[in-house]
Design a binder for this molecule. Structure first.
Ligand code: DGL
Length: 277
Protein backbone atom coordinates (compact mmCIF):
# COMPACT_ATOMS: atom_id res chain seq x y z
CA UNK A 1 0.00 0.00 0.00
CA UNK A 2 2.74 2.37 1.01
CA UNK A 3 4.89 1.65 -2.00
CA UNK A 4 1.99 2.09 -4.41
CA UNK A 5 1.21 5.47 -2.87
CA UNK A 6 4.87 6.37 -3.43
CA UNK A 7 4.57 5.30 -7.04
CA UNK A 8 1.66 7.67 -7.53
CA UNK A 9 3.12 10.44 -5.43
CA UNK A 10 3.37 13.79 -7.29
CA UNK A 11 7.13 13.88 -6.66
CA UNK A 12 7.47 11.01 -9.12
CA UNK A 13 6.36 13.43 -11.90
CA UNK A 14 9.45 14.81 -13.57
CA UNK A 15 10.05 18.53 -13.15
CA UNK A 16 8.99 20.51 -16.21
CA UNK A 17 12.03 21.63 -18.19
CA UNK A 18 11.70 24.74 -20.31
CA UNK A 19 14.18 26.14 -22.81
CA UNK A 20 13.89 29.87 -23.56
CA UNK A 21 16.00 31.77 -26.07
CA UNK A 22 16.58 35.14 -27.66
CA UNK A 23 19.47 36.87 -29.40
CA UNK A 24 20.50 38.45 -26.09
CA UNK A 25 19.10 40.17 -23.03
CA UNK A 26 15.64 40.86 -24.46
CA UNK A 27 14.17 37.43 -23.75
CA UNK A 28 14.83 37.96 -20.06
CA UNK A 29 11.87 40.36 -20.08
CA UNK A 30 9.81 37.25 -20.91
CA UNK A 31 11.68 35.08 -18.37
CA UNK A 32 10.67 37.58 -15.71
CA UNK A 33 6.99 36.98 -16.49
CA UNK A 34 7.52 33.20 -16.65
CA UNK A 35 9.20 33.21 -13.24
CA UNK A 36 6.21 34.92 -11.67
CA UNK A 37 3.73 32.47 -13.25
CA UNK A 38 5.35 29.06 -13.54
CA UNK A 39 6.14 27.04 -10.41
CA UNK A 40 8.06 23.84 -9.99
CA UNK A 41 10.03 24.07 -13.24
CA UNK A 42 13.58 24.38 -14.49
CA UNK A 43 14.23 27.21 -16.95
CA UNK A 44 17.25 27.16 -19.24
CA UNK A 45 17.85 30.50 -20.97
CA UNK A 46 20.16 31.04 -23.92
CA UNK A 47 21.22 34.55 -24.93
CA UNK A 48 22.64 34.03 -28.42
CA UNK A 49 24.77 37.15 -28.20
CA UNK A 50 27.31 35.75 -30.64
CA UNK A 51 24.70 36.23 -33.38
CA UNK A 52 22.86 39.35 -32.14
CA UNK A 53 21.14 41.25 -33.55
CA UNK A 54 18.83 38.73 -35.24
CA UNK A 55 16.64 41.51 -36.60
CA UNK A 56 19.18 42.51 -39.19
CA UNK A 57 19.92 38.95 -40.40
CA UNK A 58 18.25 36.89 -43.13
CA UNK A 59 15.39 34.48 -42.43
CA UNK A 60 17.65 31.54 -43.38
CA UNK A 61 20.28 32.56 -40.81
CA UNK A 62 17.74 33.15 -38.03
CA UNK A 63 16.11 29.78 -38.76
CA UNK A 64 19.52 28.03 -38.55
CA UNK A 65 20.30 29.64 -35.14
CA UNK A 66 16.84 28.72 -33.82
CA UNK A 67 17.12 25.07 -34.91
CA UNK A 68 20.63 24.75 -33.47
CA UNK A 69 19.60 26.18 -30.10
CA UNK A 70 16.52 23.94 -29.91
CA UNK A 71 18.62 20.86 -30.71
CA UNK A 72 21.05 21.90 -27.97
CA UNK A 73 18.21 22.28 -25.44
CA UNK A 74 16.82 18.85 -26.31
CA UNK A 75 20.19 17.07 -26.22
CA UNK A 76 21.65 18.76 -23.13
CA UNK A 77 18.59 19.50 -21.05
CA UNK A 78 15.83 17.19 -22.34
CA UNK A 79 13.37 20.07 -22.46
CA UNK A 80 9.60 19.53 -22.49
CA UNK A 81 8.78 23.06 -23.63
CA UNK A 82 10.41 25.74 -25.75
CA UNK A 83 9.71 29.47 -25.53
CA UNK A 84 10.93 31.52 -28.46
CA UNK A 85 11.29 34.78 -26.51
CA UNK A 86 12.00 36.74 -29.65
CA UNK A 87 9.58 38.20 -32.19
CA UNK A 88 12.19 37.99 -34.94
CA UNK A 89 12.99 34.29 -34.41
CA UNK A 90 9.29 33.46 -34.04
CA UNK A 91 8.59 35.06 -37.39
CA UNK A 92 11.46 33.22 -39.09
CA UNK A 93 11.34 29.82 -37.41
CA UNK A 94 8.23 28.91 -35.40
CA UNK A 95 6.56 26.90 -38.17
CA UNK A 96 9.67 24.83 -38.89
CA UNK A 97 10.29 24.30 -35.17
CA UNK A 98 6.72 23.00 -34.72
CA UNK A 99 7.04 20.68 -37.72
CA UNK A 100 10.45 19.40 -36.58
CA UNK A 101 9.56 18.88 -32.90
CA UNK A 102 5.84 18.04 -32.71
CA UNK A 103 6.27 16.49 -29.24
CA UNK A 104 7.49 19.78 -27.71
CA UNK A 105 5.27 22.45 -26.22
CA UNK A 106 6.29 25.50 -28.28
CA UNK A 107 5.27 29.06 -27.45
CA UNK A 108 6.33 31.97 -29.65
CA UNK A 109 6.25 35.76 -29.36
CA UNK A 110 4.42 38.15 -31.65
CA UNK A 111 3.75 41.89 -31.53
CA UNK A 112 0.70 42.71 -29.38
CA UNK A 113 -1.38 44.26 -32.16
CA UNK A 114 -4.68 42.91 -30.80
CA UNK A 115 -4.29 44.28 -27.23
CA UNK A 116 -3.08 47.58 -28.69
CA UNK A 117 -6.25 47.95 -30.75
CA UNK A 118 -8.33 47.17 -27.69
CA UNK A 119 -6.42 49.82 -25.71
CA UNK A 120 -6.07 52.83 -28.04
CA UNK A 121 -8.44 55.77 -27.67
CA UNK A 122 -7.00 57.93 -30.43
CA UNK A 123 -7.05 55.05 -32.93
CA UNK A 124 -3.36 55.72 -33.60
CA UNK A 125 -1.05 52.91 -32.72
CA UNK A 126 2.73 52.81 -33.05
CA UNK A 127 4.59 49.54 -33.68
CA UNK A 128 8.30 49.33 -32.94
CA UNK A 129 10.01 46.15 -34.14
CA UNK A 130 13.11 44.84 -35.83
CA UNK A 131 13.43 45.16 -39.62
CA UNK A 132 13.12 41.35 -40.01
CA UNK A 133 9.91 41.19 -37.93
CA UNK A 134 8.22 43.99 -39.88
CA UNK A 135 9.08 42.54 -43.27
CA UNK A 136 8.01 38.99 -42.25
CA UNK A 137 4.85 37.36 -43.56
CA UNK A 138 3.67 36.62 -40.03
CA UNK A 139 3.50 40.30 -39.14
CA UNK A 140 1.45 41.04 -42.25
CA UNK A 141 -0.94 38.20 -41.36
CA UNK A 142 -1.31 39.62 -37.86
CA UNK A 143 -2.19 43.06 -39.22
CA UNK A 144 -4.62 41.58 -41.76
CA UNK A 145 -6.33 39.59 -39.01
CA UNK A 146 -6.73 42.41 -36.49
CA UNK A 147 -6.59 45.79 -38.22
CA UNK A 148 -8.38 45.39 -41.54
CA UNK A 149 -11.76 47.06 -41.60
CA UNK A 150 -11.15 49.05 -38.40
CA UNK A 151 -10.56 52.77 -37.96
CA UNK A 152 -6.98 52.28 -36.87
CA UNK A 153 -3.88 54.03 -38.17
CA UNK A 154 -0.71 51.98 -37.64
CA UNK A 155 2.64 53.77 -37.47
CA UNK A 156 5.16 51.00 -38.10
CA UNK A 157 8.77 51.75 -37.33
CA UNK A 158 11.74 49.44 -37.83
CA UNK A 159 14.45 50.21 -35.28
CA UNK A 160 17.82 49.17 -36.74
CA UNK A 161 20.64 49.65 -34.24
CA UNK A 162 18.47 49.75 -31.13
CA UNK A 163 19.13 46.16 -30.04
CA UNK A 164 22.92 46.81 -30.23
CA UNK A 165 22.59 49.86 -27.99
CA UNK A 166 20.64 47.80 -25.45
CA UNK A 167 23.13 44.94 -25.62
CA UNK A 168 25.90 47.50 -24.97
CA UNK A 169 24.10 48.53 -21.79
CA UNK A 170 23.13 51.95 -23.21
CA UNK A 171 19.51 51.81 -22.09
CA UNK A 172 19.56 55.37 -20.69
CA UNK A 173 22.31 56.76 -22.91
CA UNK A 174 21.94 60.03 -24.90
CA UNK A 175 22.82 58.16 -28.13
CA UNK A 176 19.86 55.83 -27.55
CA UNK A 177 17.60 58.79 -26.75
CA UNK A 178 18.56 60.54 -30.02
CA UNK A 179 17.85 57.36 -31.94
CA UNK A 180 14.46 56.87 -30.28
CA UNK A 181 13.51 60.54 -30.69
CA UNK A 182 13.99 60.33 -34.45
CA UNK A 183 11.32 57.59 -34.55
CA UNK A 184 9.01 58.70 -31.75
CA UNK A 185 8.77 62.49 -32.22
CA UNK A 186 6.61 62.04 -35.35
CA UNK A 187 4.40 59.53 -33.50
CA UNK A 188 3.89 61.94 -30.59
CA UNK A 189 2.99 64.71 -33.04
CA UNK A 190 0.45 62.36 -34.67
CA UNK A 191 -1.25 61.70 -31.32
CA UNK A 192 -0.21 58.04 -31.10
CA UNK A 193 -1.39 56.89 -27.65
CA UNK A 194 -0.43 53.21 -27.70
CA UNK A 195 2.88 51.67 -28.71
CA UNK A 196 3.48 47.99 -29.36
CA UNK A 197 6.92 46.86 -28.23
CA UNK A 198 7.37 44.32 -31.02
CA UNK A 199 10.80 43.19 -29.86
CA UNK A 200 11.50 41.68 -26.46
CA UNK A 201 14.50 43.98 -26.01
CA UNK A 202 12.42 47.15 -26.14
CA UNK A 203 10.85 46.96 -22.64
CA UNK A 204 14.42 47.67 -21.48
CA UNK A 205 14.12 51.20 -22.95
CA UNK A 206 10.53 51.80 -21.83
CA UNK A 207 11.64 54.64 -19.51
CA UNK A 208 13.13 56.53 -22.44
CA UNK A 209 10.11 55.84 -24.65
CA UNK A 210 7.74 57.13 -21.96
CA UNK A 211 9.87 60.25 -21.48
CA UNK A 212 9.92 61.05 -25.21
CA UNK A 213 6.16 60.43 -25.50
CA UNK A 214 5.66 62.70 -22.46
CA UNK A 215 4.06 59.83 -20.52
CA UNK A 216 0.84 60.05 -22.55
CA UNK A 217 0.77 56.50 -23.79
CA UNK A 218 0.30 52.82 -23.05
CA UNK A 219 3.11 50.42 -23.87
CA UNK A 220 2.11 46.93 -24.95
CA UNK A 221 4.37 43.99 -24.34
CA UNK A 222 3.55 40.33 -24.29
CA UNK A 223 5.65 38.63 -21.57
CA UNK A 224 2.67 37.94 -19.27
CA UNK A 225 0.55 36.52 -22.11
CA UNK A 226 3.40 34.20 -23.13
CA UNK A 227 3.86 32.99 -19.54
CA UNK A 228 0.11 32.26 -19.20
CA UNK A 229 0.04 30.38 -22.49
CA UNK A 230 3.03 28.28 -21.41
CA UNK A 231 1.35 27.45 -18.11
CA UNK A 232 -1.93 26.44 -19.81
CA UNK A 233 -0.17 24.13 -22.26
CA UNK A 234 2.08 22.64 -19.55
CA UNK A 235 -0.87 21.95 -17.21
CA UNK A 236 -2.72 20.26 -20.06
CA UNK A 237 0.24 17.86 -20.22
CA UNK A 238 0.14 17.12 -16.48
CA UNK A 239 2.40 19.83 -15.01
CA UNK A 240 1.48 20.59 -11.39
CA UNK A 241 2.22 24.23 -10.77
CA UNK A 242 3.74 23.98 -7.30
CA UNK A 243 7.20 24.47 -5.82
CA UNK A 244 10.03 26.73 -6.83
CA UNK A 245 11.49 27.37 -10.28
CA UNK A 246 15.22 27.38 -11.00
CA UNK A 247 16.82 29.54 -13.71
CA UNK A 248 20.07 28.76 -15.55
CA UNK A 249 21.42 31.40 -17.93
CA UNK A 250 23.83 30.69 -20.80
CA UNK A 251 25.33 33.03 -23.38
CA UNK A 252 27.04 32.21 -26.67
CA UNK A 253 29.09 35.44 -26.55
CA UNK A 254 29.64 38.46 -24.31
CA UNK A 255 26.71 39.68 -22.20
CA UNK A 256 26.12 42.95 -20.33
CA UNK A 257 25.66 41.57 -16.82
CA UNK A 258 24.69 44.83 -15.13
CA UNK A 259 21.56 45.25 -17.26
CA UNK A 260 20.72 41.65 -16.53
CA UNK A 261 21.04 42.09 -12.77
CA UNK A 262 18.97 45.31 -12.87
CA UNK A 263 16.27 43.57 -14.83
CA UNK A 264 16.06 40.40 -12.81
CA UNK A 265 16.59 42.17 -9.50
CA UNK A 266 19.02 39.53 -8.29
CA UNK A 267 22.39 38.03 -8.97
CA UNK A 268 22.39 35.51 -11.78
CA UNK A 269 25.45 33.66 -12.92
CA UNK A 270 25.93 33.16 -16.64
CA UNK A 271 27.71 30.19 -18.19
CA UNK A 272 29.32 30.41 -21.60
CA UNK A 273 28.27 27.90 -24.22
CA UNK A 274 28.84 27.29 -27.86
CA UNK A 275 25.79 26.00 -29.70
CA UNK A 276 26.88 26.88 -33.17
CA UNK A 277 30.07 26.51 -35.10
N1 DGL B 1 14.60 40.42 -28.96
C1 DGL B 1 14.40 39.93 -30.28
C2 DGL B 1 13.04 40.28 -30.83
O1 DGL B 1 12.11 40.24 -30.10
C3 DGL B 1 15.56 40.02 -31.24
C4 DGL B 1 16.12 41.34 -31.52
C5 DGL B 1 17.34 41.26 -32.38
O2 DGL B 1 18.24 40.47 -32.08
O3 DGL B 1 17.39 41.99 -33.37
O4 DGL B 1 12.84 40.55 -31.99
Amino acid sequence: MKSSSILHHPSSIRTLRVGVFDSGLGGLTVVKSILSTLKGAELFYIADTKHAPYGEKSKVQILAYSLEITRYFIEKHQIDALVVACNTATSAAIETLRETYPELIIVGTEPGIKPAIETTRSGRVGVLATPATLRGEKYQQLVDAHVDGKEIALYEQACPGLVEKIEQGKTEHPETEIMLRSWLDPMREQNVDTIVLGCTHYPLVSNLIEKIMEHRLTLIHTGDAIAKRLLTLAEAKGHRNVGSTALYVYATGPIEEEIMMNLMGKCISVSSISTTS
